[in-house]
Design a protein around this ligand. Structure first.
Ligand SMILES: C[S@@+](CC[C@H](N)C(=O)[O-])C[C@H]1O[C@@H](n2cnc3c(N)ncnc32)[C@H](O)[C@@H]1O
Length: 287
Protein backbone atom coordinates (compact mmCIF):
# COMPACT_ATOMS: atom_id res chain seq x y z
CA UNK A 1 0.00 0.00 0.00
CA UNK A 2 1.31 3.49 -0.87
CA UNK A 3 2.11 5.80 2.06
CA UNK A 4 1.45 9.53 2.36
CA UNK A 5 4.58 11.67 2.94
CA UNK A 6 3.53 12.09 6.59
CA UNK A 7 3.53 8.31 7.07
CA UNK A 8 7.07 7.91 5.76
CA UNK A 9 9.95 8.08 8.23
CA UNK A 10 11.34 11.09 6.40
CA UNK A 11 9.63 13.78 4.37
CA UNK A 12 10.35 17.36 3.34
CA UNK A 13 8.65 20.21 5.18
CA UNK A 14 8.52 23.96 4.56
CA UNK A 15 11.03 26.00 6.60
CA UNK A 16 9.44 27.18 9.88
CA UNK A 17 7.49 30.39 9.25
CA UNK A 18 6.48 31.60 12.74
CA UNK A 19 7.86 31.71 16.27
CA UNK A 20 5.14 29.22 17.26
CA UNK A 21 6.26 26.77 14.58
CA UNK A 22 9.89 27.13 15.71
CA UNK A 23 8.86 26.38 19.33
CA UNK A 24 6.76 23.37 18.31
CA UNK A 25 9.57 21.85 16.23
CA UNK A 26 12.17 22.49 18.92
CA UNK A 27 9.85 20.84 21.50
CA UNK A 28 9.60 17.75 19.29
CA UNK A 29 13.39 17.75 18.87
CA UNK A 30 13.68 17.81 22.68
CA UNK A 31 11.72 14.55 22.87
CA UNK A 32 13.71 12.97 20.04
CA UNK A 33 17.01 13.94 21.67
CA UNK A 34 15.87 12.59 25.05
CA UNK A 35 15.40 9.25 23.30
CA UNK A 36 18.78 9.48 21.53
CA UNK A 37 20.71 10.63 24.61
CA UNK A 38 20.16 7.21 26.22
CA UNK A 39 22.99 5.94 24.03
CA UNK A 40 25.30 8.62 25.47
CA UNK A 41 24.24 7.54 28.98
CA UNK A 42 25.43 4.01 28.36
CA UNK A 43 28.99 5.21 27.78
CA UNK A 44 29.05 7.68 30.66
CA UNK A 45 31.71 5.85 32.69
CA UNK A 46 33.91 5.43 29.64
CA UNK A 47 33.52 9.14 28.74
CA UNK A 48 34.36 10.22 32.30
CA UNK A 49 37.44 7.99 32.30
CA UNK A 50 38.62 9.53 29.02
CA UNK A 51 38.21 13.08 30.38
CA UNK A 52 39.94 12.10 33.62
CA UNK A 53 42.86 10.84 31.52
CA UNK A 54 43.02 14.27 29.88
CA UNK A 55 41.62 13.18 26.50
CA UNK A 56 40.05 16.15 24.77
CA UNK A 57 37.52 15.57 21.98
CA UNK A 58 38.23 18.87 20.21
CA UNK A 59 39.08 18.35 16.56
CA UNK A 60 42.49 19.42 15.18
CA UNK A 61 40.82 22.17 13.13
CA UNK A 62 39.12 23.54 16.25
CA UNK A 63 42.47 23.60 18.08
CA UNK A 64 44.09 25.36 15.16
CA UNK A 65 41.33 27.98 15.04
CA UNK A 66 41.11 28.60 18.78
CA UNK A 67 44.79 28.65 19.72
CA UNK A 68 45.74 28.43 23.39
CA UNK A 69 42.53 28.96 25.37
CA UNK A 70 44.58 29.49 28.54
CA UNK A 71 45.74 32.76 27.06
CA UNK A 72 42.33 34.32 26.42
CA UNK A 73 39.31 32.31 27.50
CA UNK A 74 37.91 32.72 30.98
CA UNK A 75 34.33 31.58 30.29
CA UNK A 76 33.35 29.33 27.36
CA UNK A 77 29.64 28.83 26.70
CA UNK A 78 28.86 25.71 24.67
CA UNK A 79 25.52 25.89 22.85
CA UNK A 80 23.94 22.45 22.18
CA UNK A 81 26.43 20.81 24.49
CA UNK A 82 24.80 17.33 24.39
CA UNK A 83 26.29 15.23 27.25
CA UNK A 84 29.11 17.72 27.77
CA UNK A 85 32.13 15.87 26.35
CA UNK A 86 33.23 18.76 24.14
CA UNK A 87 32.27 21.28 26.86
CA UNK A 88 34.54 19.60 29.39
CA UNK A 89 37.20 19.26 26.71
CA UNK A 90 37.18 23.07 26.41
CA UNK A 91 38.02 23.11 30.13
CA UNK A 92 40.79 20.55 29.60
CA UNK A 93 42.07 22.75 26.78
CA UNK A 94 42.33 25.77 29.04
CA UNK A 95 38.99 27.60 29.48
CA UNK A 96 38.87 28.61 33.17
CA UNK A 97 35.15 27.76 33.40
CA UNK A 98 32.59 26.24 31.08
CA UNK A 99 28.83 26.54 30.67
CA UNK A 100 26.80 24.01 28.69
CA UNK A 101 23.31 24.60 27.32
CA UNK A 102 21.17 21.89 25.76
CA UNK A 103 17.46 21.29 25.16
CA UNK A 104 17.60 17.60 26.18
CA UNK A 105 16.88 16.71 29.80
CA UNK A 106 18.81 13.43 29.50
CA UNK A 107 21.86 15.05 27.92
CA UNK A 108 22.00 17.68 30.67
CA UNK A 109 21.68 15.00 33.38
CA UNK A 110 24.59 13.15 31.75
CA UNK A 111 26.64 16.35 31.57
CA UNK A 112 25.97 17.15 35.27
CA UNK A 113 27.17 13.69 36.25
CA UNK A 114 30.38 14.11 34.25
CA UNK A 115 31.04 17.59 35.62
CA UNK A 116 30.53 16.40 39.22
CA UNK A 117 32.68 13.29 38.73
CA UNK A 118 35.54 15.48 37.52
CA UNK A 119 35.03 18.37 39.97
CA UNK A 120 35.02 20.65 36.93
CA UNK A 121 34.11 24.36 37.05
CA UNK A 122 31.05 23.67 34.90
CA UNK A 123 27.45 24.92 34.95
CA UNK A 124 24.67 23.32 32.92
CA UNK A 125 21.35 24.68 31.70
CA UNK A 126 18.55 22.66 30.19
CA UNK A 127 16.82 25.04 27.83
CA UNK A 128 16.34 25.95 24.22
CA UNK A 129 19.39 27.81 22.91
CA UNK A 130 17.04 30.59 21.83
CA UNK A 131 16.04 31.00 25.50
CA UNK A 132 19.56 31.01 26.98
CA UNK A 133 19.34 32.64 30.46
CA UNK A 134 19.73 36.43 30.56
CA UNK A 135 22.09 35.96 33.53
CA UNK A 136 24.71 34.78 31.01
CA UNK A 137 24.43 37.86 28.81
CA UNK A 138 27.74 39.55 28.04
CA UNK A 139 29.78 36.94 29.96
CA UNK A 140 31.34 34.67 27.31
CA UNK A 141 34.86 35.03 25.97
CA UNK A 142 33.97 32.14 23.69
CA UNK A 143 30.63 30.86 22.40
CA UNK A 144 31.28 27.42 20.94
CA UNK A 145 28.95 25.16 18.97
CA UNK A 146 30.14 21.61 18.36
CA UNK A 147 29.43 19.38 15.38
CA UNK A 148 25.86 18.61 14.32
CA UNK A 149 24.40 21.74 15.89
CA UNK A 150 22.89 24.44 13.71
CA UNK A 151 20.80 22.06 11.55
CA UNK A 152 18.53 21.62 14.61
CA UNK A 153 17.88 25.35 14.91
CA UNK A 154 14.81 26.47 13.00
CA UNK A 155 15.43 30.24 13.28
CA UNK A 156 19.02 31.21 12.51
CA UNK A 157 18.61 34.96 13.07
CA UNK A 158 17.34 34.37 16.62
CA UNK A 159 20.26 31.96 17.16
CA UNK A 160 22.80 34.55 15.97
CA UNK A 161 21.23 37.25 18.16
CA UNK A 162 21.50 34.87 21.14
CA UNK A 163 25.20 34.35 20.39
CA UNK A 164 25.63 38.14 20.23
CA UNK A 165 23.99 38.74 23.59
CA UNK A 166 26.01 35.99 25.35
CA UNK A 167 29.39 37.27 24.14
CA UNK A 168 31.44 39.84 25.99
CA UNK A 169 32.57 42.77 23.84
CA UNK A 170 35.57 41.35 21.99
CA UNK A 171 34.34 37.77 22.60
CA UNK A 172 34.47 35.13 19.88
CA UNK A 173 31.94 32.77 18.27
CA UNK A 174 33.45 29.49 17.07
CA UNK A 175 31.47 27.10 14.90
CA UNK A 176 32.61 23.87 13.21
CA UNK A 177 29.88 21.80 11.66
CA UNK A 178 28.98 19.41 8.84
CA UNK A 179 29.24 21.16 5.50
CA UNK A 180 25.66 21.94 4.41
CA UNK A 181 26.44 20.93 0.81
CA UNK A 182 26.51 17.29 1.99
CA UNK A 183 22.72 17.33 2.35
CA UNK A 184 22.34 16.78 -1.41
CA UNK A 185 24.09 13.38 -1.22
CA UNK A 186 23.43 10.01 0.35
CA UNK A 187 25.42 6.77 0.53
CA UNK A 188 23.99 3.94 -1.54
CA UNK A 189 25.87 0.65 -1.45
CA UNK A 190 29.25 2.35 -1.13
CA UNK A 191 28.46 5.03 -3.72
CA UNK A 192 27.68 8.67 -3.23
CA UNK A 193 24.43 9.44 -5.03
CA UNK A 194 22.36 12.61 -5.37
CA UNK A 195 19.20 12.74 -3.31
CA UNK A 196 16.19 14.94 -3.87
CA UNK A 197 17.25 17.66 -1.44
CA UNK A 198 17.98 21.36 -1.97
CA UNK A 199 21.30 22.81 -0.85
CA UNK A 200 19.55 26.16 -0.45
CA UNK A 201 16.65 25.49 1.88
CA UNK A 202 16.06 21.80 2.61
CA UNK A 203 13.95 21.23 5.71
CA UNK A 204 13.04 17.74 6.75
CA UNK A 205 10.94 15.91 9.33
CA UNK A 206 12.22 12.44 10.17
CA UNK A 207 12.17 9.60 12.65
CA UNK A 208 15.09 7.31 13.43
CA UNK A 209 18.85 7.86 13.51
CA UNK A 210 21.79 6.92 11.28
CA UNK A 211 23.14 3.45 12.11
CA UNK A 212 26.69 4.87 12.22
CA UNK A 213 25.59 7.31 14.98
CA UNK A 214 22.90 5.66 17.16
CA UNK A 215 22.59 2.07 15.92
CA UNK A 216 19.94 1.01 18.45
CA UNK A 217 17.51 3.67 17.13
CA UNK A 218 18.24 3.14 13.44
CA UNK A 219 15.87 0.27 12.68
CA UNK A 220 12.27 0.22 13.84
CA UNK A 221 11.18 3.82 14.35
CA UNK A 222 7.85 2.90 15.95
CA UNK A 223 7.31 5.00 19.08
CA UNK A 224 10.10 7.44 18.24
CA UNK A 225 9.48 11.21 18.17
CA UNK A 226 9.60 13.30 15.02
CA UNK A 227 12.69 15.43 14.65
CA UNK A 228 13.05 18.53 12.51
CA UNK A 229 16.19 19.66 10.74
CA UNK A 230 16.87 22.69 8.57
CA UNK A 231 19.89 22.94 6.27
CA UNK A 232 21.47 26.39 6.43
CA UNK A 233 23.72 27.17 3.45
CA UNK A 234 27.02 28.86 4.26
CA UNK A 235 25.69 32.22 3.00
CA UNK A 236 22.74 32.05 5.45
CA UNK A 237 25.10 31.41 8.37
CA UNK A 238 27.48 34.23 7.43
CA UNK A 239 24.67 36.72 6.86
CA UNK A 240 22.84 35.81 10.11
CA UNK A 241 26.08 36.32 12.04
CA UNK A 242 26.64 39.65 10.31
CA UNK A 243 23.05 40.84 10.91
CA UNK A 244 23.58 40.06 14.62
CA UNK A 245 26.40 42.63 14.63
CA UNK A 246 29.37 40.23 14.73
CA UNK A 247 32.50 40.67 12.62
CA UNK A 248 33.60 37.69 10.54
CA UNK A 249 37.24 36.78 11.26
CA UNK A 250 37.55 33.37 9.64
CA UNK A 251 35.64 31.06 7.29
CA UNK A 252 37.13 27.73 6.23
CA UNK A 253 35.96 24.61 4.36
CA UNK A 254 37.70 21.41 5.36
CA UNK A 255 38.26 17.88 4.02
CA UNK A 256 38.26 16.41 7.51
CA UNK A 257 34.95 15.08 8.84
CA UNK A 258 34.29 14.02 12.42
CA UNK A 259 31.80 11.16 11.97
CA UNK A 260 30.95 8.43 9.50
CA UNK A 261 28.40 10.46 7.54
CA UNK A 262 28.51 8.31 4.36
CA UNK A 263 29.15 4.72 5.52
CA UNK A 264 30.93 2.55 2.98
CA UNK A 265 31.91 5.40 0.64
CA UNK A 266 35.68 5.21 0.01
CA UNK A 267 37.97 7.88 1.43
CA UNK A 268 39.28 8.47 -2.10
CA UNK A 269 35.82 9.83 -3.00
CA UNK A 270 35.20 11.73 0.21
CA UNK A 271 38.51 13.58 0.05
CA UNK A 272 37.12 15.57 -2.91
CA UNK A 273 34.35 17.03 -0.73
CA UNK A 274 34.33 19.66 1.99
CA UNK A 275 33.08 17.51 4.89
CA UNK A 276 33.06 20.35 7.42
CA UNK A 277 33.27 24.12 7.58
CA UNK A 278 34.33 26.40 10.39
CA UNK A 279 33.63 30.02 11.15
CA UNK A 280 34.90 32.50 13.71
CA UNK A 281 33.27 35.87 14.36
CA UNK A 282 33.88 38.53 16.96
CA UNK A 283 31.61 40.88 18.91
CA UNK A 284 33.02 44.39 18.44
CA UNK A 285 35.02 45.60 21.44
CA UNK A 286 33.35 48.27 23.62
CA UNK A 287 34.31 51.82 22.60
C1 LIG B 1 24.41 16.25 17.28
S1 LIG B 1 24.11 16.76 18.93
C2 LIG B 1 25.57 17.61 19.33
C3 LIG B 1 26.62 16.62 19.54
C4 LIG B 1 27.81 17.18 20.21
N1 LIG B 1 28.49 18.15 19.39
C5 LIG B 1 28.72 16.03 20.58
O1 LIG B 1 29.81 15.93 20.07
O2 LIG B 1 28.29 15.21 21.39
C6 LIG B 1 22.98 18.11 18.80
C7 LIG B 1 22.55 18.61 20.16
O3 LIG B 1 21.71 19.75 19.97
C8 LIG B 1 20.75 19.75 21.00
N2 LIG B 1 19.67 20.65 20.57
C9 LIG B 1 18.87 20.51 19.49
N3 LIG B 1 18.06 21.58 19.38
C10 LIG B 1 18.36 22.42 20.41
C11 LIG B 1 17.87 23.68 20.83
N4 LIG B 1 16.89 24.30 20.16
N5 LIG B 1 18.41 24.25 21.93
C12 LIG B 1 19.39 23.61 22.64
N6 LIG B 1 19.89 22.41 22.28
C13 LIG B 1 19.39 21.82 21.18
C14 LIG B 1 20.36 18.28 21.13
O4 LIG B 1 19.74 17.98 22.34
C15 LIG B 1 21.73 17.62 20.97
O5 LIG B 1 22.35 17.45 22.20
Amino acid sequence: MATTPEEDDEHPVEPARSAEEVRTRHASNREAWNEAAGSYRRRLDQDIAALRAGKSTLRPQERANLGDLRAWCRRAIHLQCASGQDTLSLWLEGAAEVVGIDISDVHIENACRKGEALGAPATWYRCDVLEAPAALDGTADLVYTGGGAINWIQDLDSWARTVGRLLKPGGVLHLLDDHPFLCVFEADDGNLVLRDSSYLDAAVASKGWPASYIPELSGDTHGQSWKYEQQWPISAVVMAVQRAGLILDFLGEHREGYWDIFPGVPKSVLRNLPLTFSLMARKPAAK
